[in-house]
Ligand binder design. Structure first.
Ligand code: DC
Length: 235
């Protein structure tokens, strides 16, 4: 963990459905930081591909995707009602649409493509320019912000993760089966951690958090203790 001023960059990486976004959003809320969901950017590209027939009959047309890359306009805009940044694709709010099972099915394959990753990493670094940011994803501590002030690597038992995801999607009114969710999580873990470019792995200076049996409150008191220590070391 690096000493630094209190304008921190906090990088949170980990497997799918480990509760990274809940954890990151809550930290951002407490510290009045900006939360950025980097996975949403890869999901937005995937939605773009599905809509523009770059993914057709379950096959990704890489050549077509490379040609269209410059046309993909992803932005985050602040919603003062939800007090969150929401994802936009060509000025359309796609925050909900990118959580669909269809997008989840293809997003890991899309995020393996090097040109996509370069474009996303560049955009993510610009978002982190002013610090005071919490960003979650797979390569935030290793690639996007290797000098982040605080890096957390989140893990949780697979069955717990599948159960959380299942409940979350049901709550959103989506029709899904538990088996389908579990299969998707296992598949994405495999693709995300074995891909050649920026695979999911723990940065050497990251702190592991296994939140399998922890409430959000417990996770917050754990992380706030760490952040307080960063402040103490600094002064
Ligand atoms: O966090 P998530 O499950 O919404 O992310 C969706 C996918 O995007 C995930 O399966 C892998 C990819 N991803 C990535 O490759 N790098 C990131 N920094 C964030 C997500």
């Amino acid at each position: 963990m690096k000493k630094g001023n209190y304008n921190l960059i906090i990088a949170i990486d980990g497997y799918s459905s480990c509760g990274k976004s809940t954890f990151a959003k809550e930290i951002a809320r407490i510290l009045h930081y900006t939360y950025i969901d980097s996975g949403a950017m890869y999901r937005a590209v995937t939605l773009f591909c599905l809509r523009n027939r770059i993914i057709e009959n379950d096959v990704i047309n890489i050549t077509k995707l490379r040609k269209s890359l410059k046309d993909i306009k992803i932005e985050f805009k602040y919603n003062s009602n939800s007090k969150q940044f929401e994802t936009y694709l060509d000025d359309e709010n796609i925050e909900e649409k990118i959580r669909s099972v269809k997008v989840s099915e293809f997003v890991s394959q899309i995020s393996k493509i090097s040109e996509i990753r370069s474009k996303m990493v560049k955009a993510q670094r610009i978002l982190g320019n002013k610090k005071r940011i919490v960003m979650d994803g797979r390569d935030i501590g290793t690639v996007v912000f290797p000098n982040a002030d605080l890096k957390i690597f989140m893990i949780a038992k697979p069955a717990i993760r599948a159960e959380r995801r299942y409940k979350e999607l049901l709550q959103k009114g989506m029709k899904v089966s538990y088996e389908e969710i579990e299969k998707n999580i296992i598949q994405r873990d495999h693709i995300d951690s074995t891909r050649n470019i920026s695979p999911l792995k723990k940065a050497p200076d990251a702190i592991t958090l296994d939140n399998s049996d922890m409430t959000v409150e417990e996770q917050m008191s754990w992380i706030m203790g760490i952040i307080q220590n960063l402040k103490k070391n600094e002064s």
